[in-house]
Design a protein around this ligand. Structure first.
Ligand code: SF4
Length: 366
């Protein structure tokens, strides 16, 4: 079938995607697998035009604080899963988390992402107290939580305490695929329910998936795309799958950079106003991966604000970049990289475009 598809046909497919924010499964599949450089460049250029229409040249920063690498779960792909006895564990205290935020604030960050494994040590009360303290000290910042699956009441408490956003990667919208990536005590339905609860409560919600994870088929990616179209998250985090040496997927093939870039552009075109990070995983598999991501429609980067002595311990996958630099160095390096792409780092909260006005109004009232 591929043989009868000309370059012009592919260009038409991209145009249709841009105009309709949609494609049928057959055309999506063709585009996902298209390796023609000219077509890919065209796809990226369309995604760039759309991101610039909504967000101009701005690239939004999220200061990532990896505050615990303890986790009760055992996702097969993850280097910090409970069963990995070789993982060196760490937890930051509440004071340490707050001082990461203070440093980040001085460096110009206006969003903090508190990321951790599902660590029962941090009770709901503790999370509520951390969120309240950050918001009290830095009321003009956004707090994002990325601490996994909880029950709706817990999410509601975090929201009421002032948390603005929640990131919970769905990892795959294909149930069968999910079950190959996770042990039987983890539930696809619960993960999806969590995402729906978060949205209903009022969080800006981010989901996302690994690209090229073991057992992923084209149909799985199409299910991901259909899920994104239906769920309409505010943010989508995708990055190539990278094996970790202490997991059962240690010898599985890494996800492809080109496929990740094509997917970034496709997501930008189906959800034009979405916040889309150029992820650290993309920068890990390709030294200029984050720049390529920005040129393919991404508009967010998430530098690490965790203290340098613990960064090397939050290893979900191997060879993770930026585990040694101080936050100030990181931001200098990233600013230069971003400028080279023709974009600029925005020192603002970087809310989803349709929530921005509302948030600004509320912040002024504080
Ligand atoms: S992917 Fe997340 S939930 Fe799964 S083991 Fe790793 S930290 Fe825990």
């Amino acid at each position: 079938m591929d043989a009868v598809i000309s370059k012009n046909d592919y260009i038409e497919i991209v145009d249709r995607l841009r105009n309709d924010c949609d494609l049928n499964d057959e055309k999506l599949s063709l585009l996902l697998h298209c390796e023609d450089t000219e077509v890919n460049d065209y796809l990226y250029s369309q995604a760039r035009e759309v991101r610039e229409k909504y967000y101009g040249k701005n690239v939004y920063l999220r200061g990532l604080i990896e505050f615990t690498n303890y986790c009760k779960n055992n996702c097969y792909y993850c280097g910090i899963r409970a069963g990995n006895n070789n993982a060196e564990r760490h937890r930051l205290s509440e004071e340490e988390i707050l001082s990461c935020c203070d440093l980040g604030y001085e460096l110009g960050f206006r969003t903090f992402v508190l990321q951790g494994g599902e660590d029962p040590h941090f009770s709901d009360d503790t999370i509520v107290s951390i969120v309240k303290n950050i918001k009290e000290k830095h009321p003009d910042t956004a707090v994002t939580l990325s601490i996994g699956e909880k029950e709706k009441d817990s999410y509601k408490r975090f929201f009421d305490a002032g948390a603005d956003r929640y990131l919970l990667r769905h990892e795959t919208a294909d149930r069968e695929h999910y079950e190959k990536l996770h042990p039987a005590d983890m539930s696809f339905d619960h993960r999806m329910q969590c995402l729906r609860d978060l949205k209903k409560i009022g969080f800006q919600v981010g989901c996302g998936m690994m690209v090229g994870s073991p057992f992923q088929k084209t149909e799985s990616l199409i299910k991901d795309i259909r899920f994104l179209q239906e769920f309409r998250p505010h943010m989508v985090g995708i990055g190539p799958f990278i094996p970790h040496h202490d997991t059962e997927f240690a010898h599985k093939e890494q996800g492809g950079v080109q496929l990740t870039l094509r997917l970034l552009s496709i997501i930008r075109l189906i959800l034009p106003d979405v916040l889309l990070p150029a992820t650290t995983a993309l920068g890990t598999v390709d030294a200029t991966g984050r720049e390529k991501g920005l040129k393919a429609g991404a508009n967010v980067i998430m530098p690490n604000l965790s203290p340098t002595q613990v960064r090397g311990k939050y290893l979900l996958y191997d060879n993770k970049i930026c585990t040694g630099d101080e936050a100030a160095e990181c931001i200098k390096c990233l600013s230069m990289r971003v400028e080279k792409t023709g974009y600029r780092i925005a020192r603002s909260r970087g809310d989803h475009i349709f929530l921005k006005n509302e948030v600004e109004k509320n912040t002024k009232m504080l």
